[in-house]
Design a protein around this ligand. Structure first.
Ligand code: PLP
Length: 403
């Protein structure tokens, strides 16, 4: 006997919920790869992606997941033996560094652990000590999906400038594009990488790399190889080189639909504001549950939290109980523990709250967790759902009541 009938929800930090209209847009026969729609729509996809990223620079699309975007950014700008600095505050930022090592780069990791955002002061010191300008790039994530910490991209850029250093600044926005406010040109980012399946609401399969003229200058000295070369993808006048082979028609239709939703219908400021309110509602609920001591938010300072994913720490084994119960009894799949010590695998869980969400989905996920806490007799403060509802109710208010 189970109540678990009805539609399930994947509340993990990517892949995220794919809107029905995006699924519908893909439900059609393959389109011609010679002429017609696919040829005509490519310029528009690149132009609208640049609007999402906030850049007048260049955009390249790859048939890849986020790992492909990581590698593309490195291959186009760096050569084996080059020195780079990686700001590591969780699983993904560190992994980008190990991908760089696999390409023969010399990587200096600055480790911030699983609870701290990258400290601009420390970056400035490291770059300041590099008198000969040997460091060719600084790599950071905007939002670290494992710890759910958010780095202050603007402050990191300021640190690079304060050190008077010429290193390329490369930022991973895979978990944050379409969630956290990000404006590539205004933030002074040289290369930005992202992927389709998180805030962008697409199926897995598209990776995006954005770059400016400075980064393109570095491309002239690198040897990315034909597939990863961003030149033709971003700049070619003809269609076929833009995709380095057959274009992914169905994924292009999906992307067209999500870009319409984000850029032409809702608008990026509204997209960011929506994610902020939803994140605050989730944090409000967690803070109330936390009053009984069984669980708490991993990132203490609200200003340093990602807006698309929340990591929650629990007493030993409690996270595992919550996740298992939610999956088996409530139809809600929560994110696992990632990047923490192996012995803590059952002590962390994550809520993905990126992309296509509304109040009933958020309250449904929080309600499922609350039911799990009750069913599993896990001590928790009462009133969490009311706290979340209160926060959601304030969305769009411009008064003092949006506390
Ligand atoms: C998901 C994610 C990645 C990896 O993306 P894949 O598509 O799984 O390769 C990299 N960085 C961040 C910040 C992510 O959230």
């Amino acid at each position: 006997m189970s109540l678990n009938h009805g539609r399930t929800i994947l509340a993990i930090p990517g892949p995220s919920v794919i809107p029905d209209r995006v699924l519908t847009a893909m439900h059609r026969p393959s389109a011609s790869i010679y002429d017609g729609e696919l040829v005509e729509m490519t310029d528009g996809l690149l132009a609208d992606l640049k609007r999402v990223a906030g850049t007048d620079g260049f955009a390249a699309i790859y048939l890849a997941n986020g790992h492909g975007a990581w590698e593309a950014a490195l291959r186009n700008t760096l050569n084996a033996g080059d020195k780079i600095v990686v700001l590591s505050n969780g699983f993904f930022s560190h992994k980008w560094g190990t991908v760089a090592q696999s390409l023969g780069l010399q990587v200096e990791f600055i480790e911030y652990g699983m609870t701290k955002s990258a400290d601009p002061q420390r970056l400035e010191e490291v770059l300041g000590a590099d008198k000969n300008g040997e460091i060719k790039a600084v790599l950071a994530v905007q939002s670290e999906t494992s710890s759910s910490v958010r780095n202050d991209v603007v402050a990191l850029r300021a640190a690079i400038d304060a050190a008077g250093h010429s290193a390329l600044f490369m930022v991973d926005c895979i978990a944050s594009l379409g969630c956290d406010r990000f404006e590539m040109d205004a933030f002074g980012v040289d290369v930005m990488v992202s992927a389709g399946q998180k805030g962008m609401m697409n199926p897995i399969g598209l990776a995006f790399v954005f770059f400016n003229d400075k980064a393109d200058g570095a491309r002239a000295r690198a040897n990315p190889g034909q597939y990863w070369d961003w030149i033709d993808r971003a700049k070619s006048e003809s269609f076929y080189p833009r995709w380095s082979g057959s274009p992914p028609g169905h994924l292009m239709f999906a992307l067209r639909e999500t870009l319409d939703m984000m850029v032409h219908e809702e608008g990026m400021p509204a997209v960011w504001a929506r994610h902020t309110t939803i994140a605050k509602a989730i944090w409000a609920a967690c803070d109330v549950w936390a009053q009984a001591g069984s669980l708490h938010l991993n990132i203490t300072d609200p200003a340093k939290r990602a807006t698309g994913v929340t990591t929650i720490n629990t007493l030993p084994g409690v996270a595992h109980k919550i996740r298992t119960w939610c999956q088996n009894e409530a139809g809600v799949t929560l994110g696992n523990s990632l990047g923490f010590p192996q012995e803590e695998l059952e002590d962390h869980f994550r809520i993905g709250h990126m992309g296509h969400l509304n109040i009933h989905m958020i309250m449904g996920v929080l309600g499922a967790i609350e039911t799990a806490l009750i069913a599993q007799r896990i001590e928790h403060g009462s009133g969490a759902l009311a706290a979340a509802a209160h926060m959601l109710s304030t969305h769009g208010n411009t008064g003092k009541d949006t506390k």
